[in-house]
Design a protein around this ligand. Sequence first.
Ligand code: NAD
Length: 247
Amino acid sequence: MCNLKKTVLITGASRGIGKACAEIFAKRGWQVVLGYNKSESEVKQLEVSLSLKGFSVLALQADVTNQEQVKQMFIEARRVYGSIDVLVNNAGISQFRLFTDITEQEWDLMFDTHCKAAFFCTQCALEDMISNKKGSIVNVSSMWGQVGASCEVHYSASKAAIIGLTKALAKELGPSNIRVNCVAPGVIETDMMKAVSEEIKDSLCDETPLMRLGSAEEIAKAVFFLASNESSFITGQILGVNGGFVI
Ligand code: NAD
């Protein structure tokens, strides 16, 4: 297949940071695979609105914790677009729980959604990248993976694991000309923050040197930078996009 356009696959692309990533890649002329799990109507709306603007997008369903579904998503993405140039491991969940109340099931779901999913998706993406001797992977971690958050121990630990995965994989894949980087967002105004009270949000703003929450678009710009050739000599790095919360 002769295709000069680059292709990105983004997990969790129906809303929030994933959606903002999809929009920025599409606007810059990339072919975008919108990975989603349950939010079919949201993702279809996004697919239609971007297609109507003349962008090349394709929504594909896969629960990223399910290896078989992830494999099928990549098979279909390749059937339509050819090889995958960039993978953005963005899908995620959050949960506020005292450490002593976390169940084994909740712990496993947190690690499966962040770590096992990145393992499954990255293995699939590498099928093209290793043979093409090029590619870029961007993982979405969190500043809580860098410094830890009270009442989010399983979230913080799984996001810290993503940082470890990023660094180790960057070393292993560097000789294959594949870069692996990570964005560690601060507090970003998305659906994930809906469970957080206005009072807590205000105190998080107060703790942020830039005195405000971030937007999904601000994270997407950092993801795009790390995915694109603009960062061609950057690998294994954790880019904090947090308004100065973690310095
Ligand atoms: P969000 O809840 O709006 O979006 C998360 C997306 O992941 C949703 O589309 C959801 O359907 C998808 N998803 C969840 N489980 C999935 C599964 N099993 N299979 C496929 N898709 C699944 O949240 P967001 O703020 O846009 O979060 C995006 C990423 O950014 C997450 O990894 C999150 O941990 C990270 N992050 C967010 C913040 C923040 O303050 N919002 C801060 C740091 C890191």
